[in-house]
Design a protein around this ligand. Structure first.
Ligand code: FDA
Length: 372
């Protein structure tokens, strides 16, 4: 008899939800993380009362009532609505592209006027079969929006010219013919009061956890203490990169403390122009309507990834997908290891999707157990 039913590698949302649900079902779980804290990428660092989103801005949003009710067990959400601005060539524009943006660009006041401008530009600059991101964007939205709000931002994000990026990166460019700056279309949205750590602490309450433990530095002994392993780290690392490393895009965060109450008047301001090497500035206090005397901002710099950096965005090209397929086959052959979460599935997931996928995994395991 092993000491634990599950060893959970990674205390992010996937691992924490899994541990919580399995514990409720009477299983004994042990959660480890190589970082010095729990929570994975949703972790917030409290800095003089301001919750700093340490691994990038996190706004919770979902259309799924079940997931919304689920997270509301652990925290109350405020009524924050994400409404980013974009600074381009000295002027500020509202996002997502909506009637406010069109007014700022062209002075158009009615949906009909705005639509006429966009349609005429698509007609003039669009191409039949777009071969790269630039052609794709021009065909979907025309020249002004592309050049003012998309081109340079996207080039910084990916570190490549828009004319050299694949068209599929942009599938659709939603435009809204209403004066509505709400970035998300979802029914439920907000920031947990007290920050995301409140949710993580609620999920892991009463469960054995240990931070600063890298699974690979004690692989054998850790593998022997539980019947099953839930692995939420990088799938290629689990298999010692035998098919090669999966590629990512990384980010560097530069935090600045300012002795002023309000730096930019909004939580998120994008910087479109290439002269700024960062893509956006986050002012964390505005996620929680903070009234502290000082403020902390984060400049977000996209970066090339290597093994010494945090892996943020999977690079979904054929080469990487092919490698991932091979790793996935090997993973499926291991009956006592469950692979889950954004790194083990090599996929960009929003928080609500990760919670849903973890709950689904628990249900699958539970059903299997009942039939044995
Ligand atoms: P996560 O990365 O959180 O957890 C994995 C854990 O495993 C980490 O803590 C890691 O340290 C640990 N680990 C890995 N290898 C290990 C090893 N060998 N030993 C021990 N531990 C190990 N979503 C959303 O809904 N709204 C938003 O606004 C945003 N914003 C956003 C911004 C940015 C910049 C990014 C990159 C992502 C977002 N997201 C988001 C997505 C969100 O971050 C994501 O859905 C979840 O954090 C994923 O949770 P996981 O548990 O899968 O991974």
């Amino acid at each position: 008899e092993k000491k634990y039913d599950y060893l959970i590698v990674g205390a992010g949302l996937f691992g924490s939800v899994f541990a919580h649900e399995m514990t409720k079902l009477g299983k004994k779980c042990f959660v480890i993380d190589k970082r010095s804290h729990l929570g994975g990428n949703v972790y917030c660092e409290n800095n003089e009362g301001i919750n700093v989103h340490k691994y990038g801005a996190h706004i919770f949003h979902t259309n799924d009532k079940k997931i919304w009710d689920y997270v509301n067990q652990f925290a109350t959400f405020n009524n924050y609505i994400n409404s980013p601005l974009s600074l381009s060539k000295g002027k500020l524009y509202n996002l997502p592209f909506n009637m406010n943006t069109f007014y700022q660009l062209w002075g158009t006041k009615t949906p009909e006027e705005a639509k006429a401008v966009i349609d005429a530009q698509i007609e003039k600059y669009g191409v039949k079969s777009p071969k790269n991101l630039e052609e794709q964007a021009l065909s979907l939205i025309g020249k002004d929006i592309y050049e003012t709000l998309i081109k340079e931002y996207t080039e910084k994000q990916w570190g490549k010219k828009a004319s050299e990026l694949p068209a599929f990166i942009i599938k659709r460019l939603p435009v809204r013919y209403t004066y509505n700056n709400n970035y998300f279309n979802d029914v439920y949205q907000g920031i947990p009061i007290g920050g995301y750590n409140t949710i993580i602490n609620g999920l892991l309450e009463g469960i054995e956890t240990k931070t600063n433990v890298d699974f690979f530095s004690e692989r054998e002994s850790l593998s022997s203490i539980a019947d099953k392993i839930v692995y939420t780290g990088k799938i290629d690392e689990f298999f010692d990169y035998k098919y090669g490393a999966l590629e990512y895009r990384s980010l560097r965060f530069e935090n600045q403390w300012h002795e002023m109450q309000n730096y930019q008047g909004n939580a998120v301001v994008n910087y479109n122009d290439s002269e700024y090497k960062f893509t956006r500035i986050i002012e964390h206090k505005h996620f929680e309507f903070g009234t502290q005397k000082n403020t902390i901002i984060t400049k977000e710099y996209p970066e090339n990834w290597d093994k010494s950096k945090e892996a943020y965005y999977p690079i979904n090209n054929d080469v990487n997908q092919q490698k991932f397929k091979q790793y996935k086959e090997d993973a499926l052959a291991l009956k006592n290891v469950i692979f889950g979460g954004r790194l083990a599935e090599y996929r960009y997931y929003d928080m609500h999707q990760i919670i849903a996928s973890s709950l689904k995994k628990v249900e699958e395991m539970h059903k299997k157990n009942l039939t044995i």
